[in-house]
Ligand binder design. Structure first.
Ligand code: DGJ
Length: 718
């Protein structure tokens, strides 16, 4: 519910999980400024927090503006913390003052034009407050939108900037959200690199500006557009924290700034380093959405709120709530060296084992025998596939499996017919060399004709054969980000690229609503809520080693649901780290995501074939729970030799435990489950166990001997 209390000039946004108090307070000259006076556990008397705001009286050395929790801070007014907005006029002046002008409260949640965002299915799911701030001199306005979901601890924030003046302005920062919390906080974020994405890092409070960001034109492998401010004593199960995720897939910045007054400002939005936007009179600019979750129940409480929000109100479409198919992908089995017969041999073995979807990866088009050429030429290579995609897809369908296909539509190889025909269709800077990476360039998706080309090229392949799944890959990041299009301000190109990509994705995914789309970027280099709006799952990492995956999947789960994570069993020695792990462990780890295989199923030992058959049976029996149940982290591989997590719904509880290295003379591993619905459960050996025993006494975990041991225990509710 959202109320405006005129007598106190405050807005109270509240539900049974949280309160947000926004205050309209006069500055020293009486102009009303918007302050975020409170965000936290529900309040019965929101007026009380106004007394906690710093006052003009007693502020020495002009320090008050350093202390106030501005909702939309600007440059040039003596608030030296990172601003949310910076607008420069033609003379280079960037002083902006934003004062309250008006507000509106509506049921429901409006769409964000051209951008991915969370949504509601009916207007009674949420309420939205839109507050307009305005700069009297330049005519710049900021419409800040606050949506509070009625049954979730979630606040969605975004800002639309409008130029209602008479002179053009250049936006140098146009952020999405600014929240200031009193106190000092640990910053938790996810970092990494190719094949080691999303490790959890927890940084102690520091009187510094700490920034999580990407300047790559993609959310990136290095940082994720997600960060948490956690009280220093917050654990997985207890304590307060505020998580923020941007619904955006390009360059971003999330900044936590702590000052000398023990308050912490969090800003989130487009990365100002890679952003300039000309805002002419009459124009507007929509910043992406930031989603905030407040949890009093530790990090698991925050993660669970993000999981259900992203799964149910960011992901969309036919596959949103459907069990995801068990798949086989030929990449690590064949790389580029395959032909029709080789694929069919693997597919036959897969179908016999119960696999439901065959995915043909890179190498099926142009003359692509390696990664040197052909991106952009989306025509089947008849040397490898003499009957084309149609014959292959039909043969795979006849085996009882869907057929899926890899694309990398945003790219072009210099050695391609597309590049020879349109050398100016790639991102490049005038008169500079075009720097390749993986011997490819990036198509200029800021241009409408390039967007249309991609929509047509991908759509005509999808229409040419029975294709039920697409893996949408992206294997390099921005370097020279310019466009050859006439009259475009080059500083706008990085964000215009993202808008173009979102248009392409919207068009293609709506034209093929029953195709399951999975995004990918050299593994998990664009794993974010923006991509999940169009494609409900993402390839988590190119590292398919079971032990490495414990860390990657654990870190990813801080924010993203398991239904978003592709997780495959691959060959040993593993292709990324050469580790040899048991087939059972590889399956038990992949059970924590959208399950699949990435090896030659036609060349396994009889024992491994039996184990694979068992795994597929198990996945099909429990995937409703592993893909849609409540996911709880129990033990972190970052802290211990033991990783453990739990899936819970009203049918069953599943404990997944992994002991990384074997130890001599080991102690009994006992794990206490969490949040088990009250009742009696049947264990796999037929014995009975109560929810109280599972949670209070715990479960003895019978790990097998040896390194990289795993144990999955399923308890069915009676
Ligand atoms: C990177 C992806 O992450 C891999 O799974 C594979 O599809 C290759 N690209 C193909 O080039």
């Amino acid at each position: 519910m959202i109320e405006y209390i005129d007598s106190s000039r405050l807005f109270h946004l509240h539900n049974r999980f949280l309160s947000v108090v926004l205050s309209l307070r006069p500055d020293e000259e009486g102009s009303p400024e918007l302050l975020t006076a409170y965000i936290g556990a529900p309040l019965d008397a929101p007026e009380a927090v106004l007394a906690l705001l710093p006052r003009w009286e007693g502020a020495s050395f002009d320090s008050l503006r350093q202390k106030l929790p501005y909702a939309c801070p600007t440059e040039g007014r003596g608030d030296y913390r990172p601003p949310l907005v910076c607008a420069r006029d033609a003379e280079g002046q960037n002083c902006t003052e934003l004062f309250y002008e008006s507000h509106r409260i509506d049921a429901g949640k409006p769409r964000l034009e051209g951008l991915p965002a969370s949504y509601v299915e009916s207007s009674d799911e949420a309420d939205t407050l839109i507050i307009t701030l305005s700069d009297p001199l330049t005519g710049l306005k900021a419409e800040i939108s606050y949506t509070l979901y009625r049954e979730r601890p979630v606040l969605a924030l975004s800002v639309r900037y409008l130029n209602r003046g008479t002179e053009a302005l250049t936006l140098e920062a146009a952020g999405s959200a600014c929240i200031t919390l009193p106190g000092r906080y640990d910053l938790i974020h996810l970092h990494g690199a190719w094949a080691k994405e999303r490790a959890v890092e927890r940084v102690a409070p520091a009187a510094l500006t700490r920034t999580v960001s990407s300047a790559r034109g993609a959310s990136g492998h290095e940082h994720n557009p997600f960060a948490v401010l956690a009280a220093p004593d917050t654990t997985e199960f207890e304590g307060e924290c505020l998580g923020v995720i941007l619904v955006y897939s390009g360059s971003f910045a999330i900044t936590a700034d702590e000052n000398a007054y023990e308050s912490t400002r969090l800003t989130a939005g487009l990365n100002p380093r890679c952003f300039r936007w000309n805002l002419r009179p009459g124009e507007s600019f929509q910043a992406p959405e930031a989603l905030c979750v407040w949890s009093p129940d530790g990090l698991n409480g925050m993660s669970q709120a993000f999981h259900s929000l992203l799964r149910e109100r960011v992901c969309r479409g036919f596959w949103r709530d459907r069990p995801r198919p068990v798949l086989i992908n030929n990449w690590e089995a064949t790389y580029f060296q395959f032909n029709h017969e080789k694929i069919i041999t693997i597919a036959r073995a897969a179908a016999d084992l119960g696999v439901e979807l065959f995915v043909l990866d890179d190498g099926w088009f142009g003359r692509r025998d390696d990664d040197n050429c052909s991106l952009g030429d989306w025509v089947a290579d008849r040397r490898k596939l003499p009957g084309g995609l149609k014959a292959l897809a039909e043969e795979i369908n006849a085996l009882g499996m869907r057929f899926g296909l890899w694309f990398e539509p945003e790219m072009v190889s210099p050695d391609s017919d597309l590049y020879r025909a349109h050398p100016d269709w790639c991102l490049h800077a005038k008169d500079r060399r075009r720097t390749t990476a993986r011997r490819q360039l990036i198509l200029d998706l800021s241009r409408r004709e390039v967007q249309d080309y991609i929509i047509d090229a991908v759509s005509s392949v999808l229409r040419s054969a029975p294709i039920g799944y697409v893996k949408w890959d992206m294997n390099r990041n921005f370097k020279e980000t310019g466009t050859a299009a006439e009259g475009v301000y080059q500083g706008e190109v990085p964000h215009r690229y993202m808008l173009g990509l979102y248009r392409v994705l919207e068009e293609i995914t709506s034209a093929f609503p029953e195709v399951l789309f999975e995004s990918c970027s050299g593994g998990g280099g664009r794993f974010d809520a923006g991509m999940l709006h169009y494609m409900p799952q993402t390839w988590t990492s190119d590292d398919s080693d079971a032990v490495e995956r414990l860390y990657i999947q654990y870190g990813t789960s801080l924010c993203y649901p398991t239904s978003a994570m592709g997780a495959h069993v691959s060959a040993v020695p593993n292709h990324q780290v050469a580790r040899v792990t048991p087939m059972k462990t590889r399956g038990d780890v992949a059970l924590g995501g959208n399950f699949g295989y990435e090896l030659n199923l036609a060349a396994q030992t009889p024992e491994d074939m039996e184990e694979i058959r068992r795994q597929i049976r198990q996945v099909k029996a429990v995937r409703e729970t592993t893909q849609r149940g409540v996911f709880t982290r129990l033990s972190s591989p970052f802290d211990a030799n033991l990783a453990a997590w739990q899936f819970t719904d009203d049918r069953r509880v599943i404990l997944c435990a992994y002991r990384i290295l074997a130890k001599p003379n080991p102690e009994l591993t006992r794990i206490r489950l969490r949040g088990v619905p009250e009742g009696e459960y049947t264990a796999e050996d037929g014995s009975s166990v109560s929810s109280a025993v599972l949670m209070n006494a715990g479960v003895p975990v019978p790990f097998p001997r040896g390194d990289f041991a795993s144990c999955v225990m399923v308890f069915e509710k009676k």
